[in-house]
Design a protein around this ligand. Sequence first.
Ligand code: SF4
Ligand code: SF4
Length: 184
Amino acid sequence: MEPSSSHTVPGVTVKISDCYQCGKCTAGCPVAAHMDTPPTKIIRLLQLGESETALKARSIWQCVSCQTCSTRCPKSVDCAGVMDELRQTSFEKGYASPEQQAVVVFQRAFLDNVRRNGRLNEVELIAQFKAQVFFGSRSLTFLFRDAGLAPELQKRRKFHLFGEKARDRAVVGRIFERSMGGAQ
Ligand code: SF4
Ligand code: SF4
């Protein structure tokens, strides 16, 4: 991300310079209390050209993309989009720790799962995510540490070994094509 007064995220231009540091984004953020650099400060860093500091902030990985900050902003600054873009750039620049890289692996596995099935198949998602992380880390502990959750999944009727697929998966496929230009 360039340390300029504005930048683009898919479908929207964010004017960083419009932010007047009112703090409403941080006040509404559900995870701000746990962040080293809450959204108001992230935007300020970008205004000051300190994009490298923003890219290395832990908070961009703690953001849960709930959109509350963007919704609350009186200046229409899309903080959530900024956090998302910073995450992507941080990942591409190799700043992400192994745990943070796993976040990206999970997000991609999640979207891939929904695109293929037309809905989420939890068991398939967990298997794909675990396999991909294991391929990089070779950690057997990581591979099996959530196995004990299977009975709870079963209790909640989320344990579908053979998976369920939406009847009209083409509709979901078209949504992906339109929102991602078929990139995923
Ligand atoms: S709510 Fe908007 S204007 Fe206020 S600090 Fe956050 S980004 Fe800046
Ligand atoms: S999108 Fe991220 S930064 Fe914004 S309010 Fe939600 S968790 Fe906080």
